[in-house]
Design a protein. Structure first.
Length: 230
């Protein structure tokens, strides 16, 4: 393949929610710890996460949300290279340098020519900045990651970015940990969000799945694995 083999790895509720509400203050990682019947098995998700690929793609918004800019995470170094999609930007110079310090390296992908990673990439060999005009070409991003040694890539982004990658045929596998809870809320993020289909001619954008395994974990959790039929 001219790109890495990709796996979408996420924690979701039974109704497909990857957050507990419609604001950045709501978060499954911290909120599930406060819910009896769910908190007891949550550690299993993090144990599985430790076995994922050495390259991981996420969004700047997620890193901002978990406190990377304030250096609140990654007490110890981790053997992962992060690929961060960040247009706004959500990451600060301090956050990017912190990621580079605590990981094997960071690739910042953006359409923002004024992103702080642009300057930092010329000062730190562990920081790579990929700039695109108007719209990110994710096929090209994955091609460049492959050239940089990424044979396999774990995707852990939000529902909108997940949708972009899925529609483009860039997700090969799913690895989903299902928590025993119903969240609800029409504006709460789901595994795949993005723009809805508008007519039957767009049905080709749907991605059927082949079940690889279904493992029952402790405390009513499930671990589902699928191959995506691209």
């Amino acid at each position: 393949m001219e790109r890495p083999e990709t796996t979408l790895f996420m924690l979701m509720s039974v109704d497909g929610k990857i957050s507990t509400g419609d604001t950045d203050a709501m978060d499954v990682d911290k909120d599930f710890l406060n819910v009896d019947g769910v908190k007891e098995g949550l550690k299993q998700y993090y144990d599985i996460e430790q076995t994922t690929d050495p390259f991981s793609l996420n969004s700047g918004r997620v890193f901002e949300k978990i406190g990377v800019n304030e250096k609140k995470v990654f007490q110890d170094g981790i053997p992962v290279s992060f690929v961060v999609v960040d247009n706004k930007p959500h990451l600060t110079s301090e956050g990017i340098e912190y990621l580079a310090e605590k990981t094997r390296g960071v690739f910042v992908v953006s359409t923002n020519a004024n992103h702080p990673a642009k300057i930092l990439s010329g000062q730190n060999d562990k920081i790579t900045f990929l700039l695109y005009n108007n719209e990110i070409d994710f096929q090209d991003v994955l091609y460049k990651l492959k050239k940089n040694g990424a044979d396999k890539l774990t995707i852990q982004s939000g529902g909108t970015l997940n949708s972009v990658l899925l529609r483009a045929g860039l997700i090969d596998h799913l690895s989903i940990v299902v928590a025993p809870i119903l969240v609800g809320g029409k504006n709460t993020a789901t595994l795949i969000d993005g723009e809805s289909l508008h007519n039957n001619f767009e049905l080709m954008k749907l991605r059927p799945l082949t079940l690889v395994s279904c493992k029952q974990l402790e405390h009513s959790y499930l671990h589902l694995k699928y191959d995506v039929k691209n």
